[in-house]
Design a protein around this ligand. Structure first.
Ligand code: ADP
Ligand code: MG
Ligand code: ZN
Length: 616
């Protein structure tokens, strides 16, 4: 297909002037009739890669997507852009369902979104057999892999569905999960034939990453959210109870927060999600159940109140910030309890394993354990955080990004030789006395001189190292242990998490080796305004931007749409910079396509004109 054609479609329907990395190659491949696999980070722009071919190819594109809640918005966004689309899922009542089916028969749509379960229905398969199907696009394709973290057995049926069609359409698959084995699995399970394969970089330069390790999380969370009042954000918690507690805490402080977790009724979840989506509530407190279903582009921060179970999960959740390309922050609050909670969840996560043999299940569990360890290493590292993430996804990067908590933080190095000697000799004495190895919590109690029953009944209060670190917090002692482990003087035996000596422990105990511990002294501050701006364009006038946002609120209300579906923040910022005067100039604004220009242009142009007048 001619390059100008797809460029024109990009501008006409989406209002963008340039493709992002990988998009054009995938689009060209699909248009040439080849299967495709696109691996791009969250917010990388995967949707366009199947939507533009859908527009240009004769016939229907079927989009398989795992979450029903996402479909409504995706279809609304397409309709806004002037692209005929629909979805078929259980949220439609009988009447609406039949109407969509009639329209499908009429060939009214370019795109049809369905959940994978739908493909299993005979009625649906029969209906699709009667349609010219140009493309089947599989979104969130990692759900097909048992090695991925969101395995959905119904994805495995896509292949049968394809085989049952009278003619094999082009099959395209998209995911943000980068590991090689998941990619391989997607190719084989879907049966992709000689696909164009594009794996783009995973870096998200507009995201600022940080990890904090506070003594107490609640006050830190409050101050973080308080300082970001004008922004919309998500706070992820590990459990439903955590969501309730944190949401109450924020509400008590007068922060407009709402909540989302699987324990709420369907109606309440929908209501709360809408409140967030439409910016009636600015903070969403949620478990990871609030996930793939969210497609809000103006999320300014994602705070993890607890550590997730893997870096894939973390990057995906954190990546929901800043989809509009504006600077955004991803902050993780790490505490020791998080590791315990994550372990617990891993042990519980048997449900998805039903389809597996016991050996496969054991292997999945083992990989989950390794993933968790990588996640913990991210929380503890003193190196560049972005670098850690990119390492995990196998992407090369500079040693320091200059734009994460660790690159921005100030570190101090302390000599902890004395504490190290106390800790190690205490471990040695406990072992001598009991004849077996113990773990962190008992050791900590002995070092802090605890009157705990177990300590006393084992007679550990008689050791000469008992109470030698009385003044120190449990977390402080844990950091000594981590430092010793990191330096190779100590190790944790994996099965029972007991502390063991290494061949190098003697260097500290007997040969006078110095032990130092480095920790971050300052809270890095993202030095507002210094964040790398995606565009080199001059700053937008804040007052004007404010006006434009007000117009967006009004227009969105009239149209019954979420704000970001009218125009993204990035589009408003570009509008404020360019200050278009005519509809033609308005079309130049990034993110303004023809349909939207016609629909919303007059309201915004009027506001711009009034503003200019007031200025002179
Ligand atoms: P993904 O599915 O990869 O997470 P989306 O397809 O939802 O990402 O796109 C994320 C955001 O990027 C959307 O707001 C979209 O409008 C925007 N976007 C996509 N492609 C481009 C482009 N070529 N230029 C500018 N913005 C784009
Ligand atoms: Mg997507
Ligand atoms: Zn960095």
């Amino acid at each position: 297909m001619a390059e100008e054609t797809i460029q024109r479609v990009l501008k006409q329907y989406y209002g963008h002037t340039a493709f992002r990395p990988g998009q054009e190659e995938l689009i060209q491949g699909i248009l040439a009739g080849r299967d495709a696999l696109g691996v791009m980070p969250t917010g990388g722009g995967k949707s366009l890669c199947y939507q533009i071919p859908a527009l240009l190819l004769p016939g229907l594109t079927l989009v398989v997507s795992p979450l029903i809640s996402l479909m409504k918005d995706q279809v609304a966004a397409l309709e806004e852009a002037g692209i005929p689309a629909a979805f078929l899922n259980s949220s439609l009542d009988g009447e609406a369902f039949r109407r969509v089916c009639r329209e499908i028969h009429r060939g009214a749509y370019k795109l049809l979104y369905v959940a994978p379960e739908r493909l299993l229905s005979e009625g649906f398969a029969a209906m699709m057999g009667e349609q010219p199907i140009a493309q089947v696009a599989v979104d969130e394709a990692h759900c097909i892999s048992q090695w991925g973290q969101d395995f959905r057995p119904s994805y495995l049926k896509i292949r049968d569905f394809l085989a049952g069609l009278p003619q094999r359409p082009v099959v395209s698959a998209f995911t943000a999960t980068a590991t090689a084995e998941v990619q391989e699995d997607i190719l084989t399970q879907l049966g992709l034939q000689d696909p164009v394969k594009v794996v783009t970089g995973f870096d998200r330069p507009n995201l600022f990453f940080d990890v904090r390790r506070p003594e107490k999380k609640q006050p830190l969370l409050l101050s973080l959210v308080e300082a970001r009042r004008e922004k919309s954000g998500i706070v992820y918690c590990a459990t439903r109870a955590g969501v309730e507690k944190v949401c109450d805490l924020l509400c008590q402080q007068g922060i407009p927060a709402t909540r989302y977790h699987a324990g709420l009724s369907e109606a309440e979840r929908r209501q709360n999600q809408d409140d967030f989506q439409y910016d009636r509530k600015t903070v969403m407190v949620a478990t990871n159940a609030f996930g793939m279903g969210i497609d809000k582009s103006n999320v300014g921060f994602v705070i993890h109140y607890n550590m997730p179970k893997s870096l894939e999960a973390y990057y995906q959740e954190a990546g929901r910030a800043g989809r509009d390309g504006e600077p955004a922050e991803c902050i993780l609050l790490y505490g020791q309890g998080d590791v315990t909670t994550a372990q617990f969840f891993l042990q519980q996560s048997g449900e998805n394993h039903e389809a597996l043999t016991p050996e496969q299940a054991a292997q999945v569990q083992y990989r989950d354990q390794l993933r968790l360890e990588d996640m913990v290493a991210y929380c503890k590292t003193k190196a560049c955080l972005r670098g850690k993430l990119l390492d995990y996804f196998g992407q090369a990067h500079p040693a320091a990004c200059g734009h994460c908590g660790n690159c921005r933080g100030e570190f101090v190095t302390e000599d902890i030789t004395r504490q190290a000697q106390i800790v190690l000799s205490c471990i040695q004495r406990i072992h001598r006395k009991l004849g077996y190895h113990v773990g962190v919590s008992l050791l900590t109690k002995v070092l802090r001189g605890s009157r705990d029953r177990r300590v006393l009944s084992l007679g550990l209060d008689s050791l000469s190292t008992y109470g030698l670190l009385k003044g120190e917090s449990a977390d402080q002692i844990r950091q000594y242990l981590e430092t010793l482990e990191g330096a190779g003087y100590l190790r944790t035996e994996t099965e029972h998490s007991t502390l063991r000596f290494t061949e190098r422990t003697g260097e500290v105990l007997f040969q006078g080796a110095t032990v130092t511990m480095t920790h971050r002294k300052t809270e890095p501050l993202p030095a507002k305004g210094k964040a790398p701006k995606p565009a080199k364009a001059p700053q937008a006038d804040e007052a004007l931007l404010d006006r434009l946002k007000k117009v967006r609120v009004r227009v969105a209300k009239e149209a019954g749409l979420p704000l970001y579906l009218v125009f993204s923040n990035a589009t408003l910022a570009d509008m404020a910079r360019r200050r278009p005067r005519t509809l033609e100039e308005f079309l130049e604004v990034s993110g303004v396509g023809e349909v939207k220009a016609e629909k919303y242009g007059p309201a915004f142009l009027r506001a711009l004109a009034v503003y200019e007048e007031g200025e002179v």
